[in-house]
Design a protein around this ligand. Structure first.
Ligand code: TYD
Ligand code: MG
Length: 457
């Protein structure tokens, strides 16, 4: 409990001090300070609301609270709506992160225009680019008649006032790192500024029902002042992935209070902006006319959709301190798989450099990639290509056992649909009925997988 404090206020200028002084520290007048009772310490919280913070609040049993579905607005950009769990939620706050230049501003401008055309008022706050630059991008996207409202502003208080005054259904803040509040002493872009500004915007969203989308830059290492500290604050966190050199982009939901996580949206960057790819299963395959050593196709499951991703390995040279490098796959897991290969399958690459890459800049975190990684490494080491039309998936444990992957049937069916003909998979994933066009080898151990592959020639 804090007690009310005594304050001294100046009869000349109205300024206050906590201590009695002969001279007013504000206006320098002498003998003008008189004792005045301060406001109760609990009367205002830091956001300036005047209710007592320690008042008891009514509670209700869970069963008495109505469970209501949230109101959503679909943007009509199917791949984006998919990761959002159906659309943007009233009063919801979305954080969208990704490397600079990956397409965040492009996608959000397209999404706002689609919402605006569907009759929802929208506001695009740009802190990085001028209105003219945004207009230039919109022309490129073929949105020259767009009615999206644009505000070029970086000061939080002005942005909040504008949101209040214009009452959009959806507001995009591009980007949160450029926004600053005059109430804080720290520099724009500092963690304190980014966090405070995001907290204010989140409160405004909850208070007004305006859905907010905050854009944040993330560096390759994930180190940045900002978005990472915001993840717990917002309702939904989306990350843009993909190689800026390739045309494909993935948007992944890593947190979603209003939908499934790990759902992904797939886009292709064209000269007229991002286009959704509704059937992405084959985009992460490189086009070899004949099978090459060191390549194995993995059927991975991203969200609700199976996708085929080519895993490439190169085992070469080396020396006393060989390098292990992986792109799109976890490096620690690679070290573990090399140890399992050595111990249980007699495949030793101890003194060789090992490089592993998931084609197309896609990031794979599921352990079901293990078998494909190990088969591509062995294939490179022996300079023997896997058979044409070959796929694999399955987790491999430290004891050399091959463990099942979730939803194996779906993976197999997708592979068959795309014309793959031979599969090495965990025993527990073996389908009861044969799958047309697909020769399935179900294995229990890594050494068994290796001998099956040798037998395939
Ligand atoms: P941008 O949306 O500005 O990225 P971010 O906001 O994440 O920093 O994307 C910029 C890149 O996209 C830039 O390299 C150019 C490219 N681009 C296209 O290829 N086609 C387009 O129609 C547009 C608008 C951008
Ligand atoms: Mg941008």
């Amino acid at each position: 409990m804090s007690r009310d404090k005594t304050l001294y206020s100046c009869a000349e200028c109205g300024g206050t001090t906590p201590k009695w002084l002969g001279q007013c520290p504000h206006c320098r007048a002498w003998n003008t300070l008189t004792e005045a009772l301060a406001e109760p310490a609990t009367a205002r919280n830091r956001y300036g609301q005047g209710h007592a913070l320690n008042a008891a609040q009514p509670v209700a049993p869970l069963s008495a609270i109505e469970a209501s579905e949230v109101a959503r607005a679909a943007s009509g950009i199917e791949e984006l709506d998919r990761v959002l769990g159906g659309g943007i939620v009233e009063g919801g706050v979305v954080l969208i992160g990704g490397d600079p230049g990956i397409g965040k501003s492009t996608l959000l401008l397209q999404a706002l225009d689609a919402l605006q055309r569907a009759g929802l008022p929208t506001l695009y706050v740009t802190g990085e680019e001028s209105g003219a630059q945004v207009a230039l991008r919109s022309r490129r996207l073929g949105l020259e008649h767009s009615q999206v409202q644009v505000l070029a502003e970086t000061q939080l208080e002005k942005i909040l006032a504008t949101v209040e005054a214009t009452q959009p259904a959806v507001a995009v803040i591009d980007s949160i790192q450029t926004i600053y509040s005059d109430q804080l002493a720290s520099a724009p872009g500092s963690v304190a500024q980014v966090r405070e500004c995001a907290a204010h915007l989140t409160r405004a969203a909850k208070g007004t029902g305006v859905a907010m989308v905050l854009v944040g830059h993330v560096t390759k290492e994930g180190a940045l002042a900002g978005p990472r500290v915001l993840e717990h604050m917002v309702d939904t966190v989306l990350y843009f992935e993909g190689d800026t050199h390739s045309n494909f982009r993935l948007v992944r939901a890593i947190k979603n209070r209003f939908g499934a996580v790990n759902e992904i949206g797939v886009f292709a960057m064209t000269e007229r902006g991002l286009r959704g790819v509704s059937n992405p299963s084959a985009i992460f395959l490189s086009q070899h006319s004949e099978p090459v050593p060191g390549s194995c196709v993995l059927v991975t499951l991203e969200g609700t959709r199976p996708m085929l991703v080519e895993i490439q390995a190169l085992v070469d040279g080396g020396g006393p301190s060989p390098r292990r490098l992986s792109v799109g796959l976890e490096r620690d897991r690679l070290a573990m798989l090399l140890a399992v290969l050595n111990r249980h399958a007699g495949v030793a690459c101890g003194d060789q450099d090992v490089f592993v890459n998931a084609v197309g800049g896609v990031r794979i975190s599921e352990p079901a990639a293990d078998l494909a990684v190990m088969l591509s490494i062995t294939s490179s080491l022996r300079s023997r290509a896997l058979p044409k039309g070959f796929i694999a998936f399955g987790e491999v444990g430290l004891a050399g056992e091959v463990r099942p992957a979730p939803r194996g049937q779906e993976r197999l069916r997708e592979a068959a649909k795309l014309g793959f003909t031979v599969a090495v998979i965990p025993k527990a994933n073996a389908p009861r009925q044969p799958i047309e066009g697909l020769e399935i080898h179900a294995v229990e151990r890594i050494e068994e997988a290796m001998s099956v592959v040798r037998g395939l020639g």
